[in-house]
Write a protein that binds this ligand. Structure first.
Ligand SMILES: [Zn+2]
Ligand SMILES: [Zn+2]
Length: 318
């Protein structure tokens, strides 16, 4: 079992220095749930390097009433230093923690070459690909009234089509190894009556590009109230032979390995018993099953036990 989608900072918190104790606490909580390896996958847009490269991409969207919201979002988030993040994760690896170096990468129309050039300068183990916004619209930002007011103003089918268009382009860009939360567009609970045609397109895009897909417990914490992907999409991915990862998409320590047992049961129900881990963006096979007692990777000797504080929680974007 893996937890291949973890964040260090809640969205309502500015970045804070990453230390070994926080990573060790994540690993300890993961190990207790039978997770043998975690990937730290902070959002690319939390780093000043992304701000210089990509901002203000939202101004290309004719929906000008959304520009201010996205500009403020980037102003708040893009403050950390990517070099320091990478150094801190590599330090955790050297200390023997069962962690790999990852990043969650968004889709930026026409700019993925520049994103790829930036990321090629770092020794990433795994890159997640995500579609969180369409143009200037953060369709998954449940706490933002400007973003949520868009849902009733748009046709659900058209939104799903735009989402899958973006996702196909992201998959074809070569910028990622794993498609994160493949049907995130359902997050606020808006789904087409017959989603099968969109599920088919998503599964085919992932298979065509030989990517892995993520099975995430985060959707259970959202209004949609089900895992990503929906069972109908998960079955399609499995039928295409798409390798899978498992993930919590935690933004705080107490969400690490969230509902790992339910993810295991879901995978068992469709006959999946292997996952895909990554080293330097190359896949390898990992069992779903809990390792026998005493075998699961744990925190480094002397690592602190995790009892982090619980800041007030909103609905984190993914
Ligand atoms: Zn995400
Ligand atoms: Zn995430």
């Amino acid at each position: 079992m893996l937890d291949y989608h973890l964040h260090l900072w809640p969205h309502d918190q500015r970045d804070t220095p990453l230390d070994l104790e926080q990573v060790a606490a994540y690993c300890e909580r993961a190990a207790a749930a039978g997770v043998v390896e975690v990937a730290l996958t902070e959002h690319l847009f939390r780093f000043v390097q992304a701000k210089g490269l990509l901002g203000p991409f939202w101004e290309a969207d004719p929906a000008a009433h959304l520009h201010g919201s996205m500009a403020a979002y980037w102003q708040h988030h893009a403050t950390a230093d990517l070099d320091r993040y990478v150094d801190a994760v590599l330090e955790a690896k050297r200390a023997g923690l069962p962690v790999v170096l990852g990043l969650e990468v968004d889709w930026y129309a026409g700019r993925m070459g520049a994103v790829g050039d930036l990321l090629a300068g770092y020794p990433f183990d795994v890159l997640l690909g995500s579609v969180h916004w369409l143009g200037a619209w953060r369709f998954d930002d449940l706490d933002d009234p400007v973003s949520m007011a868009e849902w009733p103003a748009r046709e659900v089918d058209a939104v799903w089509t735009a989402y899958v268009d973006a996702l196909e382009e992201l998959a074809a860009s070569g910028a990622c190894d794993v498609l994160a939360h493949p049907d995130l567009v359902k997050v606020a609970g808006h789904r087409p009556g017959r989603p099968q045609e969109w599920w088919d397109r998503i599964a085919e895009a992932v298979a065509r590009q030989r990517l892995a897909a993520e099975v995430s417990s985060a959707g259970w914490r959202k209004p949609v109230g089900e895992q990503y992907p929906a069972e109908g999409l998960l079955v399609r991915l499995a039928a295409h032979g798409v390798p899978l990862t498992t993930a919590s998409d935690a933004h705080r320590q107490e969400e690490v390995a969230d509902r790992a047992d339910e993810l295991r049961a879901l995978l068992a129900s469709i006959g999946v018993d292997r996952l895909q881990g990554f080293r330097r963006r190359q896949g390898h096979s990992v069992p779903v099953a809990r390792a026998p007692a005493g075998v699961a990777a744990g925190p480094a000797p002397g690592a602190p036990s995790g009892n982090g504080s619980d800041p007030g929680r909103g609905q984190e974007p993914s």
